[in-house]
Design a protein around this ligand. Structure first.
Ligand code: ZN
Length: 480
């Protein structure tokens, strides 16, 4: 007994080469059990796989409301030609009032990103099959089993653990070289993968595979739940897995795609005069700054407020106190600069929801000057209109009469250099709200875009055929 303890210690220290053989044997045993469980020859001779996933993505406190976990629709149609290592992953997702429909294709010509709303194709600089689809293999227990059974991966045996009342062998590996190391739990009892664990900066990520089914001799989990720490971040309770179809037509790129339109250059810090003492300042993300007798009012608390404020003062060639910072809604990206605003001694003007988030997250709020908006309100020369949309149930729309500019976050971004950018469902809602207010708007401004879009161009885009239609492509993924 004493000797074996010593041996274990020496194995742990790597002093006994024999231990490697023992562990290699454990790996081989585990892979053999797993290969059989997932179909044996049916698994190793797979030629293609198609996966349909109608998952739900969580927005903990980042959804339409604060303080709740909301789940949004997120659909995936995946096709992998395992012989040629070609693939296609199509995604349709609806997140906080905005719909996206893309497809990423890796074929003999390389990688291409397709956008079904704009009907644009963009060649991608991001590598080939494994760079694109590594994450898709990690999120399918059957594809993991295929990879483990057929590729010569560097697999480390980590011993056993109990999970869900059963003994599991734990093996660590990279799905492809140089990617996130993952630990799979392979059941001693039936050889199925029930859990995959990864250590990431955001916390421990766990993919839980359950409700296993069998199709054409291959096993797969029809339910997948993903946790980051203790938080359920996504789930799919009806995934389908189809082996050995002819996926060539699904991977091929259809006709009708064009290169994407040129976008506005946003990589350098810029200060643009809007008129009436108003300026748009930023780099990649932007804030509206308005001057009045008492100093400066900043709209949008995106990270980098201090840099924008400094750039404005340098542009104007004088010092002015920052007296107010207006926060448009409760989403964390639009509240990142709250700390900077407090340091600069500004009063925070925000929605009731944003205030609640702030109170939950920050200590020592006693010394901070806070103003919570009424439904219709004012901050200096700005009029504030708090309204609900599918983006957030409380959005502050900010109107500056002297420049006839309307500032808003996340409903519309003027990103395209010539002509309007795509109108999202949330932009359609904003259009109706602002028209209903009867404001005389000449420009619409956004925290995510440098360009001041003319209201006329934006209004015309909302009226364009199909604007706001979540499924103009009429493809199965968004029609059903
Ligand atoms: Zn937002």
């Amino acid at each position: 007994m004493r000797f074996s303890l010593l041996a274990i210690l020496m194995i742990a220290l790597g002093a006994l080469p024999a231990s490697a053989q023992t562990l290699d044997a454990r790996v081989a045993e585990t892979i053999e059990r797993l290969t059989l469980a997932y179909g044996g020859d049916a698994l190793t001779s797979l030629s293609s796989v198609s996966i349909v996933s109608n998952r739900r993505l969580a927005w903990p406190g980042q959804g339409q409301t604060a303080g709740f976990v909301e789940f949004e629709r997120d659909r995936l149609r995946k096709h992998f030609d395992l012989v040629r290592e070609h693939g296609s992953v199509e995604r349709w997702t609806y997140q906080n009032g905005n719909a996206y429909h893309n497809r990423y294709v890796v074929d003999q010509d390389g990688a291409t990103a397709l956008d079904y709303f704009d009907m644009t194709a963009t060649p991608s600089e991001r590598g080939g099959f494994w760079q694109w689809f590594n994450v898709d293999f990690r999120s399918s227990d059957a594809l993991l089993a295929y990879r483990l059974a057929t590729a010569s991966l560097d697999i480390e045996y980590l011993g056993t653990a109990h999970y869900r009342g059963h003994l599991q062998d734990r093996i660590a590996f990279e799905v492809s070289t140089g990617t996130q190391r993952a630990i799979a739990y392979v059941s001693r009892r039936d050889g199925l993968i029930r859990r995959l664990t990864m250590e990431r900066e955001i916390g421990e990520v766990n993919l839980l595979f359950s409700m296993h089914r069998r199709v054409d001799g291959v096993s797969y989990a029809s339910e997948v739940h993903i946790y980051v720490g203790d938080t359920l971040t996504e789930y799919d309770q009806g995934l389908t897995f189809t082996p050995n179809r002819d996926v060539g037509p699904d991977i091929a790129i259809e006709d009708g795609f064009a290169p994407p339109a040129a976008t506005v250059e946003q990589s350098e810090m810029t200060v643009d005069a809007i008129g009436g003492g108003a300026f748009m300042v930023g780099r990649e993300d932007y804030g509206l700054f308005v001057l009045d007798d008492d100093g400066v009012i900043a709209v949008n608390a995106y990270a980098g407020l201090k840099d924008r404020y400094e750039a404005l003062k340098e542009h104007l060639g004088r010092e002015m106190p920052l007296r107010s910072v207006v926060v448009t809604h409760h989403h964390s990206d639009h509240m990142d600069a709250v700390g900077e605003a407090i340091e600069l001694g500004a009063t925070l003007h925000l929605t009731r929801q944003a205030h609640a988030v702030l109170e939950a997250e920050r200590k020592n709020m006693d010394t901070v000057s806070i103003d919570v908006f009424a439904t219709d309100d004012a901050v200096g020369p700005l009029s504030i209109h708090v309204r609900g949309t599918s983006h957030a149930s409380e959005n502050a729309f900010i109107y500056h009469a002297a420049s006839k500019a309307l500032f808003q976050d996340d409903h519309y971004h003027g990103l395209v250099a010539v002509g309007p950018t795509r109108v999202q469902p949330s932009a359609m809602e904003m259009y109706r709200i602002i028209e209903g207010l009867g404001l005389d708007v000449e420009f619409v401004l956004s925290g995510h875009a440098r360009k001041a879009e003319t209201w006329d161009a934006f209004a015309a885009a909302t009226q364009g055929s199909g604007a706001g239609d979540p499924c103009p492509s009429r493809r199965e993924i968004c029609l059903s």
